[in-house]
Design a protein around this ligand. Sequence first.
Ligand SMILES: Cc1cc2c(cc1C)[n+](S(=O)(=O)[O-])c1c(=O)[nH]c(=O)nc-1n2C[C@H](O)[C@H](O)[C@H](O)COP(=O)(O)O
Length: 500
Amino acid sequence: VPGEQTQSKKLTGEQVAQHNSRESCWVIIHGCAYDVTEFMPEHPGGPKIILKYAGKDATEEYAPIHPPDTLEKYLDKSKHLGEVDMSTVEEEKKEVDPDEEERQMRIARMPILEQCYNLMDFEAVARRVMKKTAWAYYSSGADDEITLRENHSAFHKIWFRPRILENVEHIDLSTTMLGTKVDIPFYVTATALGKLGNPEGEVVLTRGAKKHNVIQMIPTLASCSFDEIMDAADDQVQWLQLYVNKNRDITKRIVQHAEARGCKGLFITVDAPQLGRREKDMRSKFSDVGSNVQNTGGDNVDRSQGAARAISSFIDPSLSWKDIPWFLSITKMPILLKGVQRVEDVIRAIEAGVHGVVLSNHGGRQLDFARSGIEVLAEVMPVLRERNWENRIEIYIDGGVRRATDIIKALCLGAKGVGIGRPFLYAMSAYGLPGVDRAMQLLKDEMEMNMRLIGCSSVDQLNPGLVDTRALASHATTVPGDSLGLGVYDPLVGPREKAE
Ligand SMILES: Cc1cc2c(cc1C)[n+](S(=O)(=O)[O-])c1c(=O)[nH]c(=O)nc-1n2C[C@H](O)[C@H](O)[C@H](O)COP(=O)(O)O
């Protein structure tokens, strides 16, 4: 940028502000200016969100959605214009947002952490104190959110057949997952965009997992960079969740870097060749020009699924069984398929040589009317036992796990462990690390008590004889009278109407 900045002098806010159009667009991110004029048309989130911040400081909007190394990785060095003297940057006049004022009041009055007695309490608090877009993104399920609700209600169709007069003085909750000893049979599953809920993002979950000796699955679409999350680990085991990129060189680089950094498992997500249609997420984006879901402009990016869809256009819908040998050839990490939803595919996975599966429907965020992981588990294990294959691979489930009894039911039916998503996001968003810590401790306390009451002193004693699953296949879908449903079915409370 000849003449506008000598090596020693920083750019001024005024200089940046002059480049505020499609023809010449500069933005400020973390105190540095970037020329994004040529990049704008390729931005996965579309040009509008960039134009909204043309000539201005975009850091607040940028940080929750993009890992810190994004600009290093994807914007040509010639477009890195150097540091800006932030004292010369005009503060954005923030018009008073009544919603935000109300939210701050709810935060001031939120319950103290000790008043959270179970994982649903964290959801109730998070719904009140999180930013609307963050709540919508985390809580969203696909379409009518039937599967989202079924995931948890399916556990209510399984009843216990507890044993009595067993010595349950000492309870051991520990088990192994892919050879790693963990203190309790759950892991923190991969959930994208952690900084939407907490400015520190996924590293908060890393610290919580360390404290309770559970495993964290690192999401491809994390807000933090992969290396940030690995660096935040303290002698603990982490896995990688992978969305497979159309560009297999990028995928190979990500996988081999994860292995080199010490990841102990590769979980290939197979239930999202396209991200599901999450209307709450889309609706909440309506007021944000950056991902205007009623896109009428000339954008070339389909942003009608909110933020995740926009940043996930790289996902390869052509991924198929024929790719598995290639994955087995590029890494020594155990490979598991995340998002398997019927026994035929579990058998194919075993025959394909993978090391495990996660029976999952992506937390109800993908195909609506997909069955719950726990129901698929009840279908799979008897078929594997018939073939003597139940120990050929490790089988996990996720979706709707909110109580230790849900974990126990899954292990009784043959799961090695369960993945938990939203509860830890809500705990992190509402209370930070102390929230995650308490959520994990509550599960441990519940688990110890319920193991005693079911008459088992260690998880290897859990077996199908301890549960009655006869009601599991009845799919009486609940009328969406619950909080999620009310939000979904009442289009008249969209932001425009609210403002009037
Ligand atoms: C709640 C949530 C889940 C996401 C998630 C983001 C959120 C906010 N994202 S998503 O943006 O693409 O949908 C991912 C993801 O990055 N990759 C993935 O494999 N699963 C993703 N999942 C699914 C997750 O790994 C579990 O399957 C699901 O969360 C388990 O259900 P519960 O939330 O009820 O525990």
